[in-house]
Design a binder for this molecule. Structure first.
Ligand code: PAF
Length: 310
């Protein structure tokens, strides 16, 4: 199988590194920035943490024509870059290419469907934690399930092949017939954790140690759950608040992906997480005041990195 991983961030480097290290497939990493792509190609991907340390040499290119058509394209860019990535990767996609998204937030599958057609697109989530330490250098911070599926619930041969190759690479992968529910189940966790960690600069575990913060977490989750109920989505767990709080405890020392972005003064995925809840709430007539405050707070933080009082 010829596989291209799109995006050299924390998850993209982990996925490309795992695939290259543990399978015999042809693996490429696509990075739209030429200079950075050369650095990763020359210095290899470095993985440390629970599955490292090791260094893996991968093919890296900023030129999608050089990579050419692939059997599988795995989208690992930040959600706000999906639209641009779709334009960049046209040369990677041929008639029988599968395109998998394992990004955070909701809306990515729809963007891929609009560009390439739903028959090619596979949705997914992964609960592996990864932290970007430098260019091409990541810390594998935690293991977890990876779940993938087609929007129409169909179990195609291509889908099974993708699950098999990811499992071989070290991402224990299950197939779901209801991938929308899987993505919303992950979203609810990110809704409760990410913006609050970004605003407070706390590790995941600390969110439940302060009553005021815990109250905000619960309210943000409850608002999102109202939307889920109205949309008749069946979450993967019965008690969403208990689930989010248990993830806080299980990942207690994690610096959430959104807090990593804030600490690195980068744009965050707020518009695809709490911001998406606000948009869906508006469309359905469901008030989401806490998610609105969290969204506006994080947007203010990301617009004002160079203006904070000292
Ligand atoms: O975005 C993240 O950081 C992760 O999805 C999670 C589950 C919140 C753990 O840090």
């Amino acid at each position: 199988m010829k596989i291209a991983v799109v995006g050299p961030g924390a998850l993209g480097c982990l996925v490309a590194g795992f695939l290259k290290q543990r399978t015999k497939e042809e693996v490429w990493l696509y990075d739209r920035l030429e200079e950075r792509s050369v650095r990763i190609r020359d210095n290899s991907i470095k993985i440390e943490g629970i599955s490292g340390p090791y260094t893996v040499k991968v093919n890296v290119s900023a030129n999608s024509k050089e990579i050419g058509p692939c059997d599988l394209v795995i989208i690992c860019v930040k959600s706000y870059s999906t639209e641009d990535a779709c334009k960049d990767i046209k040369e990677l996609v041929a008639e029988n290419t599968s395109i998998l998204t394992i990004q955070n937030g909701i809306g990515n599958m729809q963007i891929l469907n609009d560009h390439f057609g739903a028959e090619k697109v596979i949705g997914g989530i992964t609960n592996h934690g990864s932290t970007l330490l430098g260019v091409g250098h990541v810390r594998h911070a935690g293991r977890g399930d990876t779940i993938i599926g087609k929007a129409d619930g169909r179990l195609s041969g291509a889908l099974k092949n993708v699950a098999a190759v990811l499992t071989k690479a070290g991402f224990e992968t299950k197939i779901s017939k209801d991938i929308d529910a899987v993505i919303w189940s992950k979203l609810i966790i990110n809704v409760g954790i990410n913006a609050l960690t970004a605003a407070t600069r706390l590790n995941n575990g600390r969110l439940v140690e302060y009553e005021e913060c815990r109250e905000l977490l619960r309210s943000a989750v409850q608002e999102a759950v109202k939307i889920v109920k109205r949309k008749r989505i069946k979450l993967a767990y019965d008690d969403p608040i208990q689930k989010v709080e248990s993830v806080c405890k299980a990942t207690a020392t994690n610096v959430s992906s959104m807090l990593q972005d804030v600490l690195n003064k980068k744009r965050t995925e707020i518009d695809f997480i709490n911001g998406a809840v606000v948009r869906q709430g508006k469309a359905l007539g469901i008030p989401t005041p806490v998610n609105e405050v969290l969204t506006n707070l994080v947007r203010t933080i990301e617009k004002s990195y160079d203006k904070v009082a000292k």
